[in-house]
Design a protein around this ligand. Structure first.
Ligand code: 6PG
Length: 248
C-alpha cells in the first residue's frame, strides 16, 4: 500500500520541468564521487530533459567519463526499434554527447527471452554495485527517473501484475505489458528502483491529470507504491496537475 499521497512540485510547463529535472540531476553529478549511476526511463515525459542534456550549458557540466547510464525498464525489442527505451535515450541525448559507449548499460534485449535478459541485467547491476545485497546506506543509483502511465504503472510495473510484489530480484521479465506498446518488458523491481539517492518522477501533459488525481486521492497504484531510500520528488507540469496550485 502507498505510504502517503505524493507531494508534488508543480512547474509552469514541460520546458520548466525539464530544466528543474536537469538542475537536480546536475547537482547530484557535481558531488565528489568516483562514479555515478543514473536510471533512465522511457515514454514521452523525459524527452525534454534528454534533449536538454545534449545542449549547453548542461552538456558541458556532466562528467561523462564517470556517469553510467542504466534503464529502469525496457521493451523487449532491439535497440534500433522505435519502441526501445534505450534507443530513444541514445538518439535524444547519449549519442550526441561524450558519453562513452561502455557507460551505456542497456537492458540486453538480444537475450533469448525477457527472463534471461532480466537475469543478465541483474548480474550486471550486482557487478556494478560490487555486492549482492542492497544496502540502504549505499544506494545503487544516484538518480532514478520515473514516469507514470495512464493506468498508474511505472517502469514496467503494471497494476495487478505479480512483479509488483517482488522483494528479492532486482530485475524481472514481464511477459505481458498492461499498456501499449504490447510487447513483453524487462523491468527493475521496486527494491532495486528504491536504491537511489534521488527518485524523480517526471509527469507532463493534460492526459496525465486524471491519473494524478487518483494518485493524490490515495489510490493503490504501482506509481504510488514506488519508494526510495533517498529523496522522492514528483515534478509535475501545470497541465498534468489535477487542480490549480501555486507554481513552484
Ligand atoms: C515505458 C516507461 C513507462 C513510462 C510511462 C509514462 O517503457 O513505457 O518506462 O513507465 O514512464 O508509461 O510514459 P509517457 O511519459 O509516455 O506517458
Amino acid at each position: 500500500m502507498p505510504d502517503a499521497p505524493p507531494k508534488l512540485t508543480i512547474l509552469p510547463d514541460a520546458a520548466a520541468l525539464a530544466q528543474a529535472a536537469a538542475t537536480r540531476l546536475l547537482a547530484r553529478l557535481a558531488e565528489p564521487r568516483e562514479r555515478f549511476a543514473v536510471g533512465l526511463t522511457g515514454g514521452s515525459s523525459p524527452e525534454g530533459l534528454y534533449r536538454l542534456l545534449a545542449t549547453e550549458p548542461y552538456r558541458n557540466q556532466i562528467p561523462w567519463e564517470r556517469v553510467h547510464w542504466f534503464w529502469g525498464d525496457d521493451r523487449f525489442v532491439p535497440q534500433d526499434d522505435a519502441r526501445s527505451n534505450a534507443g530513444a535515450a541514445r538518439r535524444l541525448f547519449l549519442d550526441r554527447t561524450l558519453a562513452p559507449p561502455a557507460n551505456m548499460h542497456a537492458i540486453p534485449t538480444e537475450a533469448a527471452n525477457p527472463d534471461e535478459a532480466a537475469r543478465r541485467y541483474e548480474a550486471q547491476l550486482r557487478e556494478f554495485y560490487r555486492a549482492d545485497r542492497l544496502d540502504p546506506a549505499r544506494p545503487l543509483f544516484d538518480v532514478v527517473l520515473m514516469g507514470v502511465g495512464n493506468d498508474g504503472h511505472t517502469a514496467s510495473l503494471f497494476p495487478g501484475q505479480a512483479q509488483l510484489d517482488e522483494t528479492k530480484r532486482w530485475v524481472v521479465g514481464v511477459p505481458q505489458a498492461g499498456q501499449e506498446p504490447f510487447v513483453p518488458r524487462v523491468t527493475l523491481t521496486f527494491p532495486a528502483l528504491a536504491s537511489t539517492r534521488d527518485m524523480l518522477f517526471l509527469v507532463t501533459g493534460r492526459g496525465k491529470r486524471e491519473i494524478m488525481a487518483r494518485l493524490l486521492a490515495g489510490a493503490d497504484l504501482p506509481a504510488a507504491r514506488a519508494h526510495c531510500d533517498g529523496d522522492l520528488v514528483w515534478l509535475v507540469d501545470r497541465d498534468a496537475a489535477p487542480e490549480r496550485r501555486d507554481v513552484a
